[in-house]
Design a protein around this ligand. Structure first.
Ligand SMILES: NC(=O)c1ccc[n+]([C@@H]2O[C@H](COP(=O)([O-])OP(=O)(O)OC[C@H]3O[C@@H](n4cnc5c(N)ncnc54)[C@H](OP(=O)(O)O)[C@@H]3O)[C@@H](O)[C@H]2O)c1
Length: 303
């Protein structure tokens, strides 16, 4: 924990679920935290920090300001107030709300015009995981600014990761994460529904999830090797074998009395990659099919 004399002076604007977790982690790490929130009741659970009356006041004595509003429209509403612009000039702004690439480019233009150093941040964990050594937050912006405030950022996420100086790097990292997160969590929920519909012990299913994740992790390391080499010929599991497995899963899902939307989505994706000629290769070759516009994708977007 930094001593009170080495801690940074930090403002947290927006103390909803995520902003509160961020403020608490920064206080816990020994930084001098000032918080501001539009509605006062969201500030009640916070101790060990100064509560400012206005966003501008919160930024006055801070070196770094974190914004964590619902979206970027709210972020602009607050940041474009003249007293906030004046208080932040020459300081670091870390904008943490979820956003599109266009929105972070807009904010970058605003920050440059206002003389504010902008780091973008996108959070890949829920509030309960903020501060954990394994928590991932993606950052984008100048390396020099990231390095200067890295101890503050590490208090929020052990894996505070700079995705490069391009301001949309954190947004893109977040979308890559969401591909994994949505597919993984929906797969777990489908497995839970299947276990329940088949009369299996659902608790036993959940107790085995860490082992399944270990297997996925091992498989991802072999994907990494093959994708970096651009060579999918060292087959551990051929794509056509996985496709046959997905078809069996679809049959079993129907047999268990469930709808087959989930396995059908898997079959669709694999069939598309097989149609592109990757069936005999390791299923890592799907990365090539995803990267191409296929006839299936064109048909879907036209509907
Ligand atoms: N929660 C998560 O698990 C999670 C994970 C990753 C990323 N995120 C992202 O983090 C951001 C915050 O999420 P959250 O879960 O903390 O949401 P939340 O609990 O709903 O909090 C939203 C915050 O935004 C403020 N706000 C909204 N509109 C405003 C405006 N026009 N002016 C001033 N303040 C405004 C709210 O103030 P009031 O209290 O006054 O309404 C509140 O402080 C979102 O962009 C979200 O996508 C969240």
């Amino acid at each position: 924990m930094p001593s009170p004399t080495t801690g940074h002076r930090v403002a947290v604007l927006g103390t909803g679920s995520m902003g509160t977790a961020i403020a608490k982690a920064l206080i816990e790490a020994g930084h001098h935290v000032t918080v501001w929130n539009r509605s006062r009741e969201r500030l009640e659970g916070l101790a060990g920090c100064r509560v400012a009356q206005t966003a501008g006041d919160a930024c006055l004595d801070a070196d770094v300001a974190f914004t964590c509003f619902s979206n970027f429209a709210a972020t602009h509403d607050v940041l474009e107030q003249q007293d906030v612009v004046d208080a932040l000039r020459g300081k670091v702004l870390v904008a943490m709300s979820t956003a599109t690439p266009d929105q972070v480019h807009d904010l970058q233009r605003f920050a440059e015009a206002s003389g504010i150093d902008y780091l973008d941040a996108k959070i890949a964990v829920t509030p309960a995981q903020i501060g954990a050594p394994t928590a991932v937050i993606f950052f984008a912006g100048p390396q020099a600014i990231f390095s200067r405030i890295e101890p503050v950022l590490k208090a929020l996420a052990g894996r505070a990761t700079l995705m490069g100086e391009r301001i949309d790097g954190a947004v893109q990292g977040d979308f890559a994460f969401l591909s994994v997160y949505f597919a993984g969590t929906i797969g777990i929920l489908h497995g839970a529904a299947f276990s329940r519909s088949s009369g299996l012990d659902i608790d036993q299913f959940f107790s085995l999830i860490p082992c399944f994740l270990d297997e996925i992790n091992a498989r991802s390391q072999s994907f990494r090797k093959m994708i970096l080499a651009g060579d999918y010929s060292d087959v551990q599991s051929a794509l056509k074998t996985d496709l046959a497995g997905a078809r069996l899963l679809a049959d079993a899902t129907v047999h268990a009395g469930m709808q087959r939307l989930f396995p059908d989505a898997l079959i669709d994706l694999m069939q598309d990659a097989v149609a592109q000629g990757h069936g005999d290769l390791d299923s890592a070759a799907m990365v090539e099919a995803f990267g191409k516009k296929s006839r299936t994708a064109a048909w879907r977007s036209a509907v």
